[in-house]
Every structure is written in C-alpha cells, then in structure tokens.
Design a protein around this ligand. Structure first.
Ligand code: SAH
Ligand code: SF4
Ligand code: F3S
Length: 460
C-alpha cells in the first residue's frame, strides 16, 4: 500500500485468544493502517467475534446491525467480521448484512491485508478456510513500556466437549513450534516486558504432532530459563491432562505464578460424563489436593456451567459442594447455551431459563463469598505486585496484580508502572485489595513458616 496510512478500528469480543488475534490483526495490517480507538474516524472497522454462547453471538449481530448507520454516513468505510462467529456463519453473515464487506475466519489473519485490498476494490469476500498446521505468525512488535503479553502456543482443540463450539470454529489442535514461541518471548523480554501468558485451549496437550516432541512442562522450563522473565502464566488447562510433571513445576519454576485456571464445569459425575470431559469429580478433587500439597499458596480459578441438559437439583448441589471443597479463589460461571453442531444441543431434557438463572444466582453468591474470603485472608500480608498502570481517577493511584492474580490498588508515583514492588495488603474488597507500598520488605516476609507467604524464587 502507498500514500498516507489509513485508520483501523478493531472491536474485540471473547477470550484472551481473541485479544491476541486482534493484536495480530493490527500487526499484519500495520503497513497500510494505524490503529484508532475512535470508530467514527475509521477507514476499516473489524469485529473480532466470539461464538461460545448465544448471547456472545447476539452481541455481534446487534453491533453489526447498528453499523449500518455508520456505513451510510461513510460509504468508503470497509466493514469486516472475523473470528469465531465469522468461521461459523461464513456466507450467511454476508447475506444477512448487505453493508458488510468482508468475512474472515479464525485462521485467515495472515491473509487479511490481501483480503482488505480486494474488498477495497469493491469485492464482497468470505475466507473461512481452516488449514492444517499452525499458521505462520508475523514477527511481533510491542509498544514501548509493554509490561505483559499473550503468546499463542496452540491453535484449535480436539477435545469435543459436548457443549463446546470451539473445535468447530477453531479447527483441529496444532502446537506452535517451540523455537518460534521462545523467540517471541525473548523478543518481548528484550523490549523490557515482564509477564507472559501462554495461550491454548488445552495447553496440557502441547507438543503432540511436533517434529521435535516436547511436553508443555519442558516448554515452561525453557521459557522460565530466559533472562528477565518475572512472571509466567498459562491458560487453559484441561483437568484430565494435568500431569504430575506439570503440577510439580509449580514448586520448581521461579517465574511460574502460583495461579492456575482449571475449568471443572460441573461437580456431578453424571453431568461430567454427558459433557464428555473425561474426568470424575473425585479425580478433579484429587488433583486439586495434590496441587495444594506441591504449592500451598496456589490460587485456583475455574469455569462452571449451570443448567446443562438433564442437570437436576442434586447434580447442582454436587457442583456447590465441589466448589466449597476445591476452595476456588475465582470462578467464571455461565448458563448452558446450546451451540450449533455440538452434541449437547441435540439432548432433550433442557433446563428452563428460570431454573438456570436461579441456579446461577445461588452459585454466584457462593463464588463471591469465596473470592471475598480469599481476599480477606491476604489482609496483613506483604506481597509482590507487578504495577500495570495508574487508576483512571488519579495518576498517584496505582493498580497491579499479585502473582496469585488478585488486583491490588495502592498509592505511589507513576514511575513505578512496570515495576515489581512489595505491598502490604490492608483492605479486602469484593473484586480487589488495597495496600501500601513497603520500602524494605526483607523484614516483613515471614517466608519459611507461613504457607501464605510469597513464594517467589522459593519452592512452594
Ligand atoms: N478450553 C477451555 C474453555 C474455553 S471456553 C477449557 O477447556 O476449559 C470458556 C468457557 O466457556 C468454558 O470453560 C465453559 O465453562 C464455557 N462454555 C463453553 N461452551 C459453553 C456453552 N455452550 N454454554 C455455556 N458455557 C459454555
Ligand atoms: Fe471447548 Fe472442551 Fe476444547 Fe475447552 S477443551 S475448548 S471446553 S472442546
Ligand atoms: Fe469465543 Fe472463540 Fe474464544 S468462541 S471463547 S472467541 S475461541
């Protein structure tokens, strides 16, 4: 492309993987477009979509409908829909929205510049090809001062949980070659970055099909060894494939944060089986107990679906019971939503919307209590905070996260943004904690005796 750069606005829905994909879209388009956060001045408006629940899909359709007005006022505007709904709907989206120029799927990002060029010549296009293998990734660049980043290490999913649309919209599971991943992390660290989150739908099965076989734990070891890495996280782990080797890594790798997202989905064996999850509640709880032995300070988060077809009050009680036993620090909970092509969508015995809402309310009350209790247990302790930014209200008000992932607000100079600082936690709130910076933390860490003490650079 020649001439002055045009402006691209990208609206992102969905999971962290979509956030990473949107960033990649901006990077592949960088030759011709600069990103803008003002949709009304965009020359190219891309919607990166999520199909995980019907509500997510409806949001996209409603935004797309509302953009008809913008398109009428700026006829030169190119409008594209990408991501999981695009992959699922393809031609149907184009047919339903005459003002839409371009539909591109979850693996079409590297082809985006060419698609945009062709759409700019007046062609209406659909590209939802799912190719085998991990697609080529452009070399990434980070804005000065970038603190944390997402690194995609896998694509797709082969698990076919009966409720889940991901295998249909993201295709088969493929692992990214380790050299590319390590190179990308090293580039980020060289640019001054501190925290890396590795992304895949089921990172525990990383390495299958690679020419040089490598387990996920070995990949973590290699990344942990890179100089300058302060914090390493990953998402998501499938409980069935959580290996002893990976659990042990929480006690061994200094950068690996004491924080694990381990979606359980249900506490009832009957429902877990109907979901095709491949583990029982007992197996799940056994793994949680083992993790807590290896790493007593671990914070555990999860995903739970309520009102899966056939779920009775007894099944739901088992979920509540498992939640109490596992002691989650944080959880995301959802009403079951039937998705196209999935096996569960064909099941009879749908749970009514009212019952789903009522169960979700009860579950969320319990989860909120547990999160608040976890925050209260931290009050009085000194913990390492990675300062991620200043608050919207004041430049003197800083915001960061613990290694265990809780949000912490405290007062301090903005020069601390991007730094690791020690903070004494003083107040627990439902969604965050408050604290005060501790200058010399060496005296205040009761390291050896206290299982809740910071684990950085110590065995858990
Ligand atoms: N790969 C991850 C999950 C990705 S989807 C894993 O295996 O855990 C994120 C979450 O959305 C899921 O954990 C599940 O709780 C929820 N979810 C997926 N499909 C859903 C559906 N049809 N209805 C409601 N929630 C759903
Ligand atoms: Fe969906 Fe299951 Fe794959 Fe997670 S593991 S993405 S829930 S099919
Ligand atoms: Fe949604 Fe696709 Fe992620 S369906 S949850 S954006 S993989």
């Amino acid at each position: 492309m020649s001439g002055p750069k045009k402006r691209v606005y990208i609206k992102t829905f969905g999971c962290q993987m979509n956030v990473a994909d949107s960033e990649q879209m901006a990077q592949v388009l960088a030759e011709g477009f600069v990103p803008t956060d003002r949709p009304e001045e965009a020359d190219l408006y891309l919607i990166n979509t999520c199909a995980i629940r019907r509500k997510a899909e409806e949001k996209v359709r409603s935004l797309l409908g509302s953009l008809q007005v913008l398109k009428q006022s700026r006829p030169q505007l190119l409008l594209g829909v990408g991501g999981c709904v695009a992959q699922q709907e393809g031609e149907r989206l184009l047919a339903a929205a005459p003002h839409l120029d371009l539909v591109f799927g979850t693996q079409g990002i590297s082809r985006l510049p060419e698609l945009v060029r062709r759409a700019g010549r007046g062609r209406r296009l659909v590209d939802i090809e799912l190719a085998p293998g991990f697609p080529p990734q452009p070399r990434r660049h980070w804005a000065p001062g970038a603190i944390k980043t997402l690194v995609t290490i896998m694509q797709g999913c082969d698990n076919f949980c009966s409720f889940c649309v991901v295998p249909y919209v993201r295709g088969r599971e493929h692992s990214r070659p380790p050299g590319e991943i390590i190179g990308e992390v090293a580039d980020f660290l060289a640019a001054g970055g501190k925290e890396v989150t590795l992304l895949g739908q089921n990172v525990n099965s990383y390495g299958r099909g690679l020419s040089e076989p490598l387990t996920f734990t070995e990949l973590l070891r290699r990344i942990d060894a890179l100089p300058g890495l302060a914090r390493l996280r990953f998402a998501t782990s499938h409980p069935r494939d959580l290996s002893g080797e990976l659990m042990a890594a929480f006690g061994e790798l200094p950068s690996l944060c004491e924080n694990l997202h381990l979606p359980v989905q249900s506490g009832s064996d009957r429902i877990l089986q109907a979901m095709n999850r491949g583990y029982t509640r007992e197996e799940y709880l056994r793994k949680v107990a083992k993790l807590r032995r290896v790493c007593p300070g671990l914070s555990l988060s999860t995903d739970i679906i309520v009102g899966f077809p056939g779920e009775t009050e007894e099944d739901f009680q088992e979920t509540l019971d498992l939640v109490r036993q596992a002691g989650f620090d944080q959880a995301f909970s959802f009403k079951y939503s039937p998705r196209p092509q999935t096996r569960a969508a064909l099941l009879p015995e749908r749970v009514s919307g009212e019952v789903q809402a009522e169960r979700l309310g009860r579950l969320q009350n319990l989860l909120n209590e547990l999160t608040f209790e976890a925050h209260q247990r931290l009050v009085g302790r000194v913990r390492e905070v990675l300062v991620e930014g200043t608050s919207k209200r004041s430049q003197e008000e800083l915001c960061g996260r613990l290694r265990t992932n809780q949000v912490v607000n405290f007062s301090g100079p903005r020069e601390l943004v991007g730094q690791l600082v020690q903070v004494r936690l003083t107040e627990a709130h439902p969604h965050s904690l408050r604290g005060t910076q501790v200058e010399d933390s060496s005296i205040t860490w009761p390291l050896a005796a206290d299982p809740q003490a910071p684990q950085r650079r110590l065995s858990c």
